[in-house]
Design a protein around this ligand. Sequence first.
Ligand code: HEM
Ligand code: HEM
Length: 185
Amino acid sequence: MAAQTRYSNVAIVLHWTIAFLIIGLIIFGLLMTNPDMPNRFALYQLHKSFGILVLLLSIFRLVWRLFHKTPSLPNDMEKWEVFAAKFTHLAFYGIMIGMPLLGWAMVSASPLPIPTELFWTVPWPDLPFIPEGEQLEETFKFLHSNIGKLTIGLIVLHFGAAMKHHFVNKDNVFVRMMPWTRVRD
Ligand code: HEM
Ligand code: HEM
């Protein structure tokens, strides 16, 4: 069987949809926590709605990934580069699922009775096994906020690596994750 040269359409669509949503959620999250921001209640609801959407898409993506092959990395990559790529991808899967869970746990622990309603239509329950408590809410908030900031660093690294592959190494690594492109021979 010929080696796989590009990601499947499903993998590409999920990668870019989730990437776009996560970048948006980070910017949005940082903006909405500014006390001077108007309409903060609506912004929080929107942040929670898109965050849960990321959770559902990411669970589907992870399951999909476990049952489908992906193209292998170029042979000329250094050992540490292969490690860094695999580590970053694994960390991203953890973030794609862990960040929404931490956000959900945070609002579940909050003693304030603020309901979550996805896109102003679907009522979303609190996590049943999380007890209410200000201290616990603060712990989840700390983790959600700091892992969110750490994610910015990982995205910069990941973007930089993709650009290096494309412009310096001139290999297929970037192109094979892009829609509507053909990989170089
Ligand atoms: C991948 C998904 C998510 C990402 C990347 C993300 C990212 C962020 C970021 C960067 C902040 C700003 C933190 C700060 O400035 O201290 C934030 C705040 C917040 N997020 Fe998320 N979030 C996600 C999902 C969720 C979900 C699913 C919920 C709830 C169901 C949620 C609830 C919140 C809340 C309530 C805050 C405000 C915390 C505060 O008042 O300090 N987030 N989020
Ligand atoms: C900033 C723009 C981004 C660019 C240019 C980009 C580019 C790429 C490329 C070229 C690959 C394929 C690597 C390979 O073939 O081995 C890839 C894989 C991946 N990217 Fe991104 N990406 C971006 C943003 C993101 C974001 C925000 C996330 C999630 C937080 C993400 C998560 C992943 C994951 C998990 C993989 C591994 C896919 C797999 O093998 O299952 N990417 N990305």
